[in-house]
Design a binder for this molecule. Sequence first.
Ligand SMILES: NC(=O)c1ccc[n+]([C@@H]2O[C@H](COP(=O)([O-])OP(=O)(O)OC[C@H]3O[C@@H](n4cnc5c(N)ncnc54)[C@H](O)[C@@H]3O)[C@@H](O)[C@H]2O)c1
Ligand SMILES: [Zn+2]
Length: 377
Amino acid sequence: MKTLSYEFSPPKISCNIFINPELFLSDLLIGYLKKFSSKICIITDLNIKNLYGDKLLHHLRHHKLETFLQTIIPGEESKSRHSKAKLEDFLTSNHFEKDSCLIALGGGVVSDLTGFLASTYLRSIPYISIPTTLLSAVDAAIGGKTAVNTVHGKNLIGAFHHPLSVFIDPDLILSSPLQELKNGLAEVFKYSLIFDLDFFNKLNSIKTLSDLNNELIVSIVEKSLQIKTEIIKKDPFDQNLRKILNFGHSLGHALETASNHRLSHGQAVVLGILSESFLSKELGFLTYNEFLQIYKAFENLAMIPTIPNDVQKNDLVNALLKDKKNRHGKIGVVILKSIGKTIGYPYTELFSLEQLETCIDYLLENFQECPFELSID
Ligand SMILES: NC(=O)c1ccc[n+]([C@@H]2O[C@H](COP(=O)([O-])OP(=O)(O)OC[C@H]3O[C@@H](n4cnc5c(N)ncnc54)[C@H](O)[C@@H]3O)[C@@H](O)[C@H]2O)c1
Ligand SMILES: [Zn+2]
């Protein structure tokens, strides 16, 4: 069993992370829940309910834990104030109290929503996470950033609320669709690019996604979380160093919003990383050869998506202007100094829209679907 943890104070926060096959229905989880929780609500989406949610519900009830299960519709649209309000009503009408506990069973949509729900219900109750996608295991479920989207943009309403613990079972992750593995690898590559050249080289040695097995997933998740927890410990509230975790996300979030979530978070992050690496090269930090290595890494694993052809330059501009990291109308972007290193304090550079135009043009010229249907008559 691999274990990691982070803690800091004030306020006193501690989070334990367990990584092991067969954790999902383990005694460890039962023992953990029995220690502190009177009432439990598993929050999951409809896909995961059928695959794992019902099994977990029966397992906990079998061990005499008073457990409920609530579902959301799969997809980013469910990360909303509306879903949160419905769940709040369910918890209230079923008399969930301060020592009740939520379990986020699912991908990043479920963990972001559940974490935010737990942060405000009765002014905060505990929650634990059981990630079922690689993306949530290496990123969304850990670190305490919780949020919902609004029509104005991604993650605009949220709070910091850390899970008490995270149970990562590689069996669940490996059973997810291929595209979900690619989405998670986008964040994994992000860690390597901002922090660790050796890790980038190790990831580059993966020739095909069918190489991914339990052992490799455990080691990728462990390495990614070592990097993430080290950064969180130094900057729990996103005031300085933690900003480097946003590498690829300024343009990435804009693409997600501008495409109306037809590009998933992970797909948008791949393109965000490519365009922000392109910018780092244009600014004279990254060499052309390094930029090419990054591009090839994604190309080799068939991770580069296309941008839907109705996404216009203006849509990206509008989405960029609504990013919550903006300051005085300027857009913050993390710049790579080399593979494995970002520029130092203040960790993000502020750019005007005009300065980011090369990035936007790079994206639309190279990755947009062909605007016309080709027909061969
Ligand atoms: N809080 C953070 O720090 C943070 C970090 C990164 C991403 N995020 C957020 O995470 C979200 C994206 O998360 P995601 O990529 O996990 O997407 P997701 O939660 O939407 O899951 C993707 C799809 O895969 C399905 N699925 C999940 N696990 C499965 C499994 N084991 N088998 C079969 N199907 C499965 C889900 O039902 C869903 O349809 C975004 O909203 C993003 O903003 C948050
Ligand atoms: Zn992300």
